[in-house]
Design a binder for this molecule. Structure first.
Ligand code: FES
Length: 576
């Protein structure tokens, strides 16, 4: 590309946005001079600029593999005639962030969107891996709407311990529960610490990171097959190089996310979510992505498509296998090949071809015990359901595929924890008045109250019940739970307790009814009493993390779970 203000000198990037000195020619001159200062030539500058947006961080275990991925993408970009320029954003590692990575998903999305817009790039490859990094980048791609694709770093290899496969973090939770129950020792726990995380990559069960990588593929925003390749497999690097090559063509075709992430593509993503028994967190993230795109997505769409979509992949925690086996079975293309009669096969993808065209040469599953034929599914419908009732007038989510079937129609006495701190203080108290048939309730863990809606919805079973052999109870909260977690857990109750939702009105001893068959969650207290409690309700104190800076902005503008917990002013329908 040439700069019209400077003869035939190159213009960096085909986009016209410039640093504003009030003199466009000077802006281009300065760009060229500084790029020369980095060692680039005029020939480089005539190429389309491909931003490589990298969430690599040493404080994000799952994204540490992204440096190698970035180098491979760059090789592909150079080979195809582009000019790759890598830039960082903040990175969100689930395990190291306080109070929860979700508090910062929207901040990462804003960072990536703004830097994509402000810098002279013609298109962007977003490098993501851990749970929140993938949806944050999809949200950024949707809002910036420049040609873009996502390349994930891939899952870890299976952990191994005493002859069995381990999965992070389903087995982290399972063995921690056994440790609390006294059935495994300190020494066992030490061995598990060494065995769970065998390689680079994200958690290898169908937790949120695996689910979001799979959904990215179903949305058409990454190249086919990209979700399941293990981080440690050389195929991951070859895939990344191929993505870099394709990205240059994506820019030449001006194929933007708004043409790829259509309502049909969002439905495809929901169907794949159901077919793989994916994470409840995907509901929140897809609602946020749809909100960025201006796509109407009522919560009931998840329930409707769940009822119509057989579960064809047997993935932990809802099934038996992990991402390594899914890769061997043929990855998400094998899943989508089976689902094709239910999918929008005409949806466009980053390959420049439709979903149906991409799948035309895909062979059947190579491991039918992992990915089954559509006619012989592992379950006749998807694993998630949307509940409503007087306890959740704006909805709640349950992953019934990972629950105890006998608890899915249940009435029990509420045992209420008013905050995360209250729960931590009392849940193991030997004097806690709790029985196996009770319903554990956690208030104050929603988007505002948490703050950031932490993954604390899998409320720990009280120790005295654990010691009696109890491993599951009905639990209800406005929190999320990790996609690697399991149990009869009702999540995302909206509106949340901290803004005065009915969850705030539950008291110890109230009766709660979970009725999965009728998609209901109800507090069996009469309306007059609830009205009295509502009138007496006062908001809880503002958490320290929400009193200034990002925390304050988040707390004052975050939407409820039924709208994806995005900030109101980032949605497509925002009237600024
Ligand atoms: Fe990153 Fe599990 S901690 S995916």
């Amino acid at each position: 590309m040439s700069d019209p203000t400077s003869g035939n000198r190159p213009a960096i990037s085909g986009r016209q946005e410039l640093t504003n000195y009030g003199d466009p020619g000077f802006s281009q001159f300065m760009r060229r001079a500084f790029a020369k200062g980095m060692g680039y030539t005029d020939a480089d500058m005539r190429r389309p600029v491909i931003g490589i947006c990298n969430s690599w961080s040493e404080l994000n275990h799952c994204n540490r593999c992204l440096r190698d991925v970035a180098e491979a993408v760059k090789r592909g970009v150079w080979a195809a005639g582009g000019w790759p320029l890598e830039f960082p954003t903040i990175s969100l590692g689930e395990i190291f962030l306080s109070p929860t990575a979700m508090l910062f998903r929207n901040l990462m999305a804003m960072d990536a969107e703004e830097m994509t817009r402000a810098q002279p790039v013609d298109g962007v490859v977003f490098l993501a891996n851990c749970d929140k990094t993938t949806p944050a980048y999809l949200m950024a791609a949707a809002s910036a709407d420049l040609p873009a694709m996502v390349v994930t770093g891939g899952p870890m290899l299976n952990g191994r311990w005493r002859g069995q496969d381990l999965g992070a973090c389903t087995d982290c939770r399972r063995y921690w529960t056994e440790y609390r129950a006294g059935t495994i020792s300190d020494g066992d726990l030490g061995e598990l610490e060494q065995a769970l995380f065998r390689s680079a990559g994200h958690c290898m069960v169908m937790g949120t990171a695996s689910t979001m990588a799979s959904i990215t593929e179903a949305l058409g925003m990454t190249m086919p097959g990209g979700a399941a390749i293990p981080a440690a497999d050389s195929a991951r690097i070859r895939f990344a190089e191929e993505a870099g090559r394709r990205m240059v063509a994506l820019v030449e075709e001006d194929l933007r996310p708004s043409r790829i992430m259509t309502p049909g593509a969002v439905d495809n993503a929901i169907r794949v979510l159901m077919a793989i028994g994916g994470s409840t967190n995907a509901v929140v993230h897809l609602l946020a992505i749809a909100g960025r795109l201006g796509i109407e997505l009522p919560l009931e769409r998840f329930d409707d498509l769940s009822r119509e979509t057989p579960q064809v992949a047997s993935m932990r925690p809802a099934g038996k296998f992990q991402m390594q086996e899914l890769f061997e079975a043929g990855g998400i293309p094998a899943v989508m090949r089976e689902l094709l009669p239910l999918l929008d096969g005409g949806a466009m993808t980053v390959t420049g071809k439709t979903v149906a065209e991409n799948l035309a040469a895909t062979p059947p599953s190579l491991r039918p015990e992992v990915v089954s034929p559509l006619a012989e599914p592992f379950a006749p419908e998807g694993g998630l359901a949307i509940l409503r009732g007087n306890l959740a007038p704006r909805g709640a989510v349950i992953k019934h595929a990972a629950a105890t079937p006998a608890l899915l129609q249940h009435r029990g006495r509420a045992v209420v924890f008013t905050s995360l701190e209250d729960m931590a203080r009392r849940v193991n108290d030997p004097d806690l008045d709790v029985r196996p048939e009770d319903v554990l309730v956690l208030q104050g863990a929603g988007p505002v109250g948490g703050p950031g809606m932490p993954e604390s919805g899998m409320i720990p079973i009280p120790r005295k019940l654990l010691e009696q052999g109890v491993r599951d109870m009905v639990r209800v909260s406005d929190a999320r739970m990790s996609g690697t977690a399991y149990g009869t857990v009702v999540l995302h109750v909206a509106p949340e307790a901290a803004v005065g939702g009915p969850l705030a009105l539950v008291r110890d001893g109230d009766e709660i009814a979970l009725d999965l068959a009728n998609r209901r969650i109800d507090l069996l207290v009469d309306d007059a009493e609830l009205a009295r409690r509502q009138a007496a309700w006062t908001p809880p104190p503002v958490p320290a993390a929400s009193r200034r800076g990002w925390g304050w902005l988040h707390a004052t503008r975050v939407l409820q779970a039924d709208q994806g917990c995005d900030l109101d002013f980032l949605r497509a329908d925002w009237q600024g």
